[in-house]
Design a protein around this ligand. Sequence first.
Ligand code: FAD
Length: 334
Amino acid sequence: MNLAEYKGVYVFAQQVDNVLDGVAFELLGKGKDLAKDLGTDVTAVLIGSGVKGLADQLAEYGADRVIVVDDPELKDYRTEPYAHALASVINEYKPEIMLVGATAIGRDLGPRVCARIHTGLTADCTSLDYDAESGNVAWTRPAFGGNLMAVIMCPNTRPQIGTVRPGVFKKTPVEGKEAEVITEEVTVPAEKIRTKLLESIREAAAGVVNLEDAEVIVAGGRGMGGPENFKLCEELAEVLGGAVGASRAAVDAGWIGHAHQVGQTGKTVGPKLYIACGISGAIQHLAGMSGSDCIVAINKDPEAPIFKAADYGIVGNLFDVLPTLTAEIKKLKA
Ligand code: FAD
């Protein structure tokens, strides 16, 4: 493999039902930074059926080029046809770096494609940077059950591919940007299609938490004292139009579902406002929320480490502070 032949930063632009996933925009933002370091450009790879119209949105978030693979067989995600399409694009265009969202689809697609094209994959990254000294991407991900953060490089093969958790990077729109759109003909051979989608059943909307896209998160920890008290977080989240998060201690105690967990072994979030209630601020929790624009901590212990990460701290009993905050915000909105 001649590594020098591989050039450019590519982003897999995941779409479902012709709606782009937010992680595609986040990765384009990071892709732009990497491309700047490498003196190259950013290409989005858009796979689906009737998806060409989405190219403009990818340009608005930083894509210089959009390669579109459009085929009725690619309407719904299935591993084999999508892996075939993405591997074909990689073989043809030879990217140096490929970023894929660590979504259910990305976690399925990334390893399959890497096995086909004989390169390495760093899965489920929580950060990444270009290492100028070695000329490789330094991918960071939790290892050994999250007890240490491993930095992984792929020096011998190209492209360097990683799946990156949603919420790790910010979306950075570029006003008025346009992209070159290239339509790539990829025929998916019939023998590559071994599965047929009979029916897709959507998860019921109720109870689904979308922490990664929430602009406001009110998160509760062990200090909430029990499951019934999470209604205080819910009430504040409701008046602020936000979602409810939790520390692992609260999730492990069975007070709230794992889908709400923020942190190294939970979700990585970056809302405009993160209100941590009765959360001490352990390093594993901070790993999932320190990218928030504004952090407010409510804790009765003035020495709690969360105050070091917070922009605003309220030292007090959350059972007094939360209802007061909710009532005051309601008054302001009335
Ligand atoms: P505690 O540390 O017990 O803190 C409770 C806080 O509530 C205290 O600061 C206390 O002063 C305050 N408090 C109590 N009562 C009140 C009150 N009435 N009013 C105001 N404040 C009050 N943790 C995560 O959160 N996410 C993860 O993804 C995660 N992954 C992990 C992975 C590994 C490998 C390991 C080893 C640990 C992980 N942890 C994770 C656990 C982490 O180390 C902490 O144990 C956990 O975050 C603590 O949760 P907490 O802050 O809610 O509880």
